[in-house]
Design a protein around this ligand. Structure first.
Ligand code: SF4
Ligand code: SF4
Length: 390
């Protein structure tokens, strides 16, 4: 069993995206002492492989010196249990020096673009696109592997064709993210994508993906198919993330996930106290997350997707209700919609004689034929990841 520690060096961010739910401009930055305390905490915490994801806010605000010290501290001291790194950034602060140290540790980079320049700048602020692309060029020149998350909002959904074409034409792989209600806005739903729209968007993108399977990768759809055909979640949304995912804020506070960082009611402990799993389990936030798991076992008991959906994301379910469990992830509607589409397509191919691929079942890595691919081609193209994706 492996676990995941998200390190949030700061909640600050130089960008000002319209739908952002987390940016705090005056946020302090994590010191290297806190990294040393993370190391001390983890040495006795769990003897299992751990993946560290640097997230934010904007994690590159911590600067080159931070990473030059933090990466060897974590890698050298914890190498016996097996470690991996990832980093999520808007790339604005990327420099050759930073790219160099991140490449030394083979760190995959996730970044964000919402589509063509005008749309990205409209949603994320004037100049966003150019600054991100400038950082992307530096990252690429230093051998870093960058993939992009595209946030679909109630506005950008109207341009879904243009957005897909943009990623396809530019040879960029795509991971999509539905804009969530902003907890820090007077009008939280303004930019949020409704669950119904999200479900229809996934169906549209699956259709486009099958048309262009050799030319683009759409990570969410890979994951959804792997979940369905493998019978287990391959992305955090579709597993019981509680107890195997932690986030450490700039001051060393430990939370259940990066999404909760900065919300005092979700603090489970602090790395400076080197808490054990038992210590964390005594916190209210831990108990709430596990109550959600029990709630899903009851509430979703009759759903055919429960094994590889697990009620979706607890953050999505709990935080809009002020910390009370009143329902599952509102995106349930979208999950059911896309799983139905996958099941229908698979049944057609397996039993109905249509679709492009022969009716073979299982993961593999065969090339896809020309013409529109089938759902089985998609499955054969991608192996299921051994680790849960975030
Ligand atoms: S499912 Fe939600 S709460 Fe859990 S790790 Fe993923 S984003 Fe965080
Ligand atoms: S699709 Fe909906 S009902 Fe089914 S397991 Fe997921 S959240 Fe529960």
């Amino acid at each position: 069993m492996s676990f995941h520690v998200m390190i949030i060096p700061t909640l600050g961010c130089p960008s000002n995206c319209k739908y952002c739910w987390s940016s705090e401009e005056s946020s302090p930055v994590m010191t290297i002492e806190t990294i040393d305390e993370i190391v001390k905490w983890l040495k006795d915490f769990r003897k299992e492989p751990v993946t560290f994801t640097f997230h934010g806010g904007e994690p590159l605000l911590a600067g080159e010196e931070f990473y030059r010290k933090a990466l060897p501290a974590l890698a050298d001291e914890l190498h016996e249990q097996g470690i991996a790194f990832a980093l999520q950034t808007n790339l604005w602060k990327m420099t050759p020096g930073l790219a160099n140290i991140l490449a030394e540790y083979n760190i995959p980079i996730g970044s964000s673009l919402d589509g063509p320049k005008e749309l990205t700048d409209y949603q994320r602020g004037e100049g966003y696109y150019d600054k991100t692309m400038a950082g992307y060029e530096i990252a690429k020149a230093n051998g870093l592997n960058v993939s992009f998350i595209c946030t679909f909002t109630s506005h950008s959904i109207k341009f879904k064709e243009d957005i897909f074409k943009f990623f396809l034409d530019n040879g960029l792989n795509l991971k999509l993210h539905p804009a969530l209600p902003s907890l820090r806005d007077d009008n939280p739903e303004k930019w949020a994508l409704s669950p119904k729209e999200y479900g229809e968007l996934l169906v549209y993108l699956l259709d486009q993906y099958l048309e262009n399977l050799n030319d683009i990768q759409l990570m969410n759809l890979d994951n959804l198919c792997q979940c369905y055909f493998g019978g287990r979640g391959t992305v955090c949304t579709f597993v019981d993330c509680m107890g195997d995912t932690f986030a450490v804020g700039p001051d060393g506070a430990i939370y259940p996930c990066y999404r909760f960082v900065g919300m005092p009611e979700y603090v489970m402990g602090n790395v400076y106290d080197h808490p054990s799993m038992e210590d964390l389990a005594r916190s209210d936030a831990w108990k709430l997350m596990h109550q959600y798991k029990d709630y899903v076992d009851q509430e979703c008991a009759d759903c055919t997707h429960i094994k590889y959906c697990r009620g979706g994301c607890p953050y999505n379910a709990i935080t809009p209700n002020g910390g009370e469990i009143k329902g599952v992830d509102p995106h349930c509607v979208a999950y059911k919609r896309i799983y139905k589409e996958i099941v229908d397509l698979a049944n057609k191919e397996l039993f109905g004689g249509s679709g492009a691929g022969p009716a073979m079942f299982g993961f593999g890595a065969e090339p896809v034929k020309s013409g529109k691919a089938g759902i089985m081609d998609l499955i054969r193209k991608n192996s299921a990841p051994s680790e849960v994706q975030y």
